[in-house]
Design a binder for this molecule. Structure first.
Ligand code: BGC
Length: 614
């Protein structure tokens, strides 16, 4: 499943098409559009339609940012300011020329969405072409290009897939979080991307939520500390390339209630957070520190607070975030959040912008947005001051990160796959492992004579990477560069250990019993509400594979691949050791590093995971 594909198709049968056209033409005569024309953005009149080097003061790197900003804003008309407020999913662009026509401020790839040629060069070419379109406007304001890179640049084949945030949280080491984020940022900017929707600062409360693994866990202090370090790591790339970073999802998005989702398909994601304001403030802490650490943008969540969408909440966005916390960057809405389930799209937009949303994510219809914004400014539903403030905040971020000045591309020194980054990822995997149970088996001896390996996640980089990996909902199998956990185990041991692998644990009765059995089992990949699950547990197939394996081994170690705690309290009584490996990503070898004692187990639980059966 991929985000951002065009949703509407028209049946192309001749009769259908003719009938459609007749109705459309009649409709236009009888009901001329009540909404009026959209005022478009003046084109560049310089040679070759490229206004990037027009020599105006706002292009002058030697001037102060505020002077450059004032110069540019003073030149812009309302259509241009409105254009800056639009963030369009690349697949809903009707034509690349619309970038200049509407003066769009930003484009993005939704989860799993990549260029037709998804290689590094493919990404660079796609974003480079979009920037060329943006330069066809008279002020040639560069676009921000945004992606979700929740654990590395998941939409770029060959990019390093680091452990998901929940694993980084288990490692609980801010220095490591900073290093991981920096390495991820290097791969992100190499592709021309200039905006990342990370880190996730939600404080996860309900382990049934499909987004627990995107967070740094349930402990506000740990979320704040690691979130800040991660944010600093991402931002540190700005010394060489422009990259805006995002603190999300403001506010209370990790505390929605089961059964309250506005989506028919989900249970808790996109739900309602019912809390007093005092209690909600626990969720504010990571944002407070992230603002101090220089978050460029804040994404407002898809959740409600006490029955009202946060995206419409003036008190929280204008009041708490902008005035109280002193946030100077810009506020962006999440996906279709402004419009979702709103009958009156115009009123919804007015409410969100007046509540303080500066840039609107537009997965589907940016023309409606432009038209409605122009109408709202003309009739005073949104004030000129509000429009000016939104444009100022957005352009300020563009100046601060150096989008006007720095070369956005830069793969020159970056080879993908990058061995240095993979080493960091492998270290992160090692540090993230948490021992849930050990009856004296761990670490395993490298001198083990005979070893059996089983389980659905043992030889499957897709499973161990989880959602937001190659595709929005992740993938199954070993089709990317990296190491499965089985491959790591094989590489760690000498030829004197006899290793056999069978996913289902079917080792023949006739064969000798093994000293040790390792089962690697867990959740299938999922993302967002698609992972909401009333009872996260192991599948019957996994439990059967472990039971079969156990019969053929003296001792069994179970490694759990999951985005959250699973209910394994009962079956685990029969196992000798249990390890939570979270979603380690592409470098599965990090598991063997610790399993066989080259490095100590050092991770600790970022969420409650109880193995007690009472
Ligand atoms: C998610 C965000 C994400 C956005 C863009 C939304 O559905 O809630 O976390 O950044 O999509 O892909």
């Amino acid at each position: 499943m991929q985000r951002g594909l065009k949703k509407y198709f028209i049946n192309s049968s001749a009769i259908g098409a003719t009938a459609f056209l007749v109705i459309l033409v009649l409709g236009l005569f009888i009901f001329p559009s009540p909404r009026g024309e959209i005022i478009t953005v003046p084109a560049c009149t310089q040679p070759e339609n490229d206004c990037r080097r027009n020599g105006l003061p706002y292009q002058d790197l030697s001037l102060r940012i505020d002077d450059r900003l004032n110069d540019l804003l003073g030149r812009m008309n309302n259509a241009e300011k409105i254009g800056q407020m639009a963030l369009v999913e690349k697949d809903s662009l009707h034509s690349p020329a619309d970038i200049a026509k509407y003066g769009l401020g930003a484009l993005m790839s939704g989860g799993g969405n990549k260029p037709a040629d998804p290689s590094l060069a493919g990404w660079q070419n796609m974003i480079g072409a979009f920037q060329t379109e943006a330069a066809r406007t008279r002020w040639a304001i560069p676009i921000l290009y945004g992606v979700d890179a929740n654990h590395g640049h998941g939409n770029l084949p060959g990019a390093t897939l680091f452990p998901h945030q929940i694993g980084i949280a288990a490692a609980n080491d801010p220095k490591l979080a900073r290093e991981v984020a920096r390495a991820a940022a290097e791969e992100i900017v190499a592709s021309g991307v200039s905006w990342v929707y990370s880190p996730d600062l939600d404080i996860a409360q309900d382990m049934r939520w499909g987004r627990v693994y995107e967070t740094f866990g349930s402990n506000p202090e740990r979320v704040t500390r690691l979130g800040t370090a991660y944010l600093q790591g991402l931002r540190s790339i700005n010394d060489i390339r422009p990259l805006a970073v995002t603190a999300k999802h403001f506010l209370g998005n990790g505390a929605t209630l089961w059964g309250s989702s506005i989506s028919r398909n989900f249970s808790i994601d996109q739900g309602n957070t019912i809390l007093s304001e005092d209690a909600l403030r626990t969720h504010l802490e990571p944002f407070r520190i992230a603002v101090q650490a220089g978050a460029d943008t804040v994404m407002v969540g898809l959740n409600k607070w006490n029955g009202e969408k946060v995206v419409f909440n003036n008190h929280l966005i204008n009041g708490t975030l902008k005035s109280e916390l002193g946030f100077n960057g810009f506020v962006v809405s999440d996906w279709y959040g402004v419009y979702e389930k709103e009958n009156n799209k115009y009123n919804a937009l007015v409410k969100a912008v007046n509540a303080g949303v500066d840039m609107v994510m537009l997965p589907y219809d940016y023309e409606m947005f432009s038209r409605d914004m122009q109408k709202a400014i003309a009739n005073g539903d949104i004030s000129q001051e509000r429009l000016d403030e939104a444009a100022r905040r957005i352009l300020k971020v563009k100046f601060v990160i150096g989008l006007f000045d720095k070369e956005p591309m830069g793969s020159d020194s970056l080879i993908i796959p990058n061995s240095g980054h993979r080493e960091i990822a492998r270290r992160a995997v090692r540090q993230s492992l948490v021992v849930l149970k050990d009856d004296g088996v761990l670490p395993l001896s490298k001198k083990t004579r005979r070893l059996y390996v089983a389980g659905s996640a043992a030889d499957n980089i897709g499973r161990q990477s989880g959602g937001w990996s190659v595709e929005w909902q992740g993938f199954d199998g070993n089709g990317v560069s990296g190491t499965s956990i089985l491959q790591g185990i094989e590489a760690a041991l000498s030829p004197s250990t006899h290793i056999e692998y069978d996913e289902h644990g079917m080792f023949p009765e006739s064969a000798e019993r093994a000293d040790i059995g390792i089962a690697v089992v867990g959740e299938r990949p999922y993302a967002e509400g698609w992972g909401d699950n009333p009872h996260p547990e192991l599948s019957r197939e996994d439990l059967e594979a472990i039971a079969r394996l156990k019969k053929r081994c003296a001792q069994v170690v179970v490694i759990i691949i999951s985005g959250r705690p699973l209910d394994i309290a009962r079956p685990a009584q029969a196992w000798d050791a249990v390890i939570a490996a979270w979603l380690p990503g592409s470098e599965g070898a990090g598991v063997a590093d610790v399993l066989f004692g080259d490095f100590p187990f050092s991770g600790s639980l970022p969420v409650v995971w109880n193995l007690d059966t009472h």
